[in-house]
Structure formats: C-alpha cells, structure tokens
Design a protein around this ligand. Sequence first.
Ligand SMILES: [Fe+2]
Length: 300
Amino acid sequence: MKPLVQRLGYVALNVTDIGTAIDDARTIAGVRLVERQSGRALLTSNQRHAELVLHEGTADEVRAIGLQAHDAAAVDAVRDRVRDAGLPLLSQRPSLDCIERSVTFATSEGHVFEVHTPMPLSQPVRYTGPGIHPRCLDHINLSSRDSEKISRELEAVLGVRQSERTKGHEIIWLRAADNRHHTLATVKGKSGLHHFSWEFASFDDFKRLGDTLDAEGRFLVWGPGRHGAGDNLFAYYIDRSGFLVECIAEMEVIEDENHQVRIADPGENLSNPKVVNRWGALPPRIWVEHSMPFAPAVAD
Ligand SMILES: [Fe+2]
C-alpha cells in the first residue's frame, strides 16, 4: 500500500524572538514572508501557502511537523491508525485556516505531527529579496531515544517506508509517497528535532550560502558534502533561534516498489565516510549532539 503522506508539509517552531527568526529565514535561506499577524508568521519558498510557521513563544522549540496527505480520506485513515496504535491524538482542528482537514498526534517520545490535506498553492512562483531562495522545504530528521521504536510508530501510522537504516538502528530513513529517499528520518539522541531541510536548485547555491553566512560573520557547521544515505548534497548551519538547518540538492528517488531496506554500517561514532559524507569530512560534535526539544504535547 502507498504511504498515506505525500511529502513534508511545514515545520512550525516556537521562537523567543520572532523578528530575528523571520529576518534569519529571509536573509539566509531566502524564503518569503506570506503574512505576519498576532505573534505568528507564515513563510514560504514557493507557491505553497506556508512552509515555515513561526510562533512567538517563551522558548525556542518545535511546535509541530506538518505532513501532507493526499486527501481528507487519507487524513481520516491516519486518525484511525493513531487510535489503533494507542498514540496520543491531540487535535482534529487544523492549525492554519488554509488547511481543510487534519489530525495532530504525538509519538511515544513527544514528537508532534499534524497530518493535513494539501497546502493551497496560493503564492507567486517567483519573488524578489535576499537569501538563496530554495525550491521547497523537503525533509526533517528527528532525534529519538529509541529510533527503532519511533520509526515503527511512524511506519504504522503514516505508512511511510524504510529506505535505509544503520546496522544498530541508530539512524533510520523513511520515505513518503513521493519516493524521495527520506522525508522523515530519526537519529539516536535526546527526543527532539535534529534538523529540518531546504532543497536547493544547484551546487552554486551552496557557495552563495557559505558566502552569505560569512558576510554576517557566521559559518557553516558541516559541509558542503554528499551524504551516502540519500546521495544528496548537503550543508548545515544553525539559525539565530538555535535550530540546525540543512540545505540539500539531488536527493535520491526510489521508484522500485520492491526496494529492499539498505543496511549501512556508519562505523563507530559515524566514522564511515561512505555513509556519512562520501567526500570525506566527518560531522563535528556540534552536529552530532544537536537536538531541539518539542513543546510539550497538549490535546485540545
Ligand atoms: Fe537531513
């Protein structure tokens, strides 16, 4: 059966300084402000109404990860599976007016997901302004105390499928119905979000990213390089709210319906470059240990 979710919908963050967070997303990633009102801002890099949702909050933390389902029937199917799995069903009220139907649930470690009907394509294709102008928000990587358990929960509820995992289930990559190598991943660590990712159009964009960060006296945390898992180009930076942001290009697409889960050997402490970074440089400690917490899951 096809996964019930098509792709990543949005990332919603609580931030202590919303002005700075908006400014960072606009000047570095180069996304567009769609609207800002009463402590909330919607930003996007394409026609989708919202990809990055920022809420003024008392802590820098993750509010929810939006996953786009095919239609309302798929949302209802996810709701039923959440109940069957015995996971906390938090809400059936869409978090944004532009979303027609949704269900919000939490994993057993408190990662919060809103599975929603397609995001309206209400915005212009192209726009002016600073930053890189990514193509789209493309994947997220959770951190979990028990990656294997969280992966099983997501597979059961969302129908997402494993593309690849490490031998000891330290990292698991899951694909949605669009068949990209991963829309969701989970890495062993504190419960939270490890990073979220924008897709770039070309390798030139990575040069501009490095130069843009440099012009602000900042730097890339890791990369550019090419991940073994997913075969994608990557670079990471930390935004001014403390979130780890990945920028990628050329993510592998798995079209084989009979794809067998690849099992990778990451080496001790992610020391195998052919899994971690085919070009050689291994991740720094700041990357390995990064995790941002989810806000406490509250049912309405
Ligand atoms: Fe990633």
